[in-house]
Design a protein around this ligand. Sequence first.
Ligand code: UDP
Ligand code: MG
Length: 318
Amino acid sequence: MDISVIVPLYNEEESLPELYAWIKRVMDEHKFSYEIIFVNDGSTDGSWGVIENLQKNGNGCVKGIKFRRNYGKSPALYCGFKKAEGDVVITMDADLQDSPDEIPELYRMITEDGYDLVSGYKQKRYDPLSKTIPTKLFNATARKVSGIHNLHDFNCGLKAYRKEVVKNIEVYGEMHRYIPYLAKNAGFKKIGEKVVHHQARKFGSTKFGGWNRFFNGYLDLISLWFLSSFGLKPMHVFGLLGSIMFFLGFIAVVIVGVDKLYALHSGQPYRLVTDSPYFYLALTTMIIGTQLFLAGFIGELVTRNAPERNNYQIEKEI
Ligand code: UDP
Ligand code: MG
């Protein structure tokens, strides 16, 4: 099969028929063999009914996954990726903001130009300023942290992947914003970009508004940076910090001890060790140092055991 199109969706019933017809038209025009995997992320509207209808009346290329509840876009993509069979996997938002007309060129860039991942770049965006400005900031940070300097738009929903890429990365939490970074960490180097058309949302409303998105986005970036640098060796960072702390504390203890002995010896007026600031320094740094060490050990244990991190409740699959 040439192409798998994965569409994560949450309450997008109005858009689905049009999206399906459009994708089908493009695929038929170019004679691609394809599948469309709709991942219904716990929609509370009639989205699943629409998908079932499309599946019944379609030509066998519509598939669906139905989550029992809303998990988020990343889990939806994760399950879609697991199911995908096409040589090239395309992800696309359900809200008709991304154009299926881009598919043939994306496909060509993967198969002929040898890209592992091509990310869409919405050079001209049709979103409110409250979205575009944070996005600019966010992309600048993501470029710096990830070291992928040629991407302008990490979070574009429209992306194309070589099949191996999606089978070898694990998108969870809200990591869909950083898939290029995940791919890079998994060893896929040829990551490119294609300017794509973007349209204003036709139906429904955005599911990623407000400040939450901003903070969560950054926190995710920090964890990702941490995971990729130390995820498999938490002891290296916590152990090092812990040792430094402990060492500083130890020096402070020596200072306090020597000071006390000296005072006793030279017959200076009687003084408590708690009068010395070094006492408190020693106390806090040694406690924090031990804590950091423990955090490192626990981190090591956790990285070795987390079998449930990708179990999602799938109610139905068609
Ligand atoms: N989406 C999803 N689960 C969620 C939130 C969003 O599957 O919990 C889907 C949504 O239906 C859409 C895509 O992710 O197909 C992008 O969402 P949206 O268009 O709201 O994001 P925006 O374009 O405003 O950034
Ligand atoms: Mg959208």
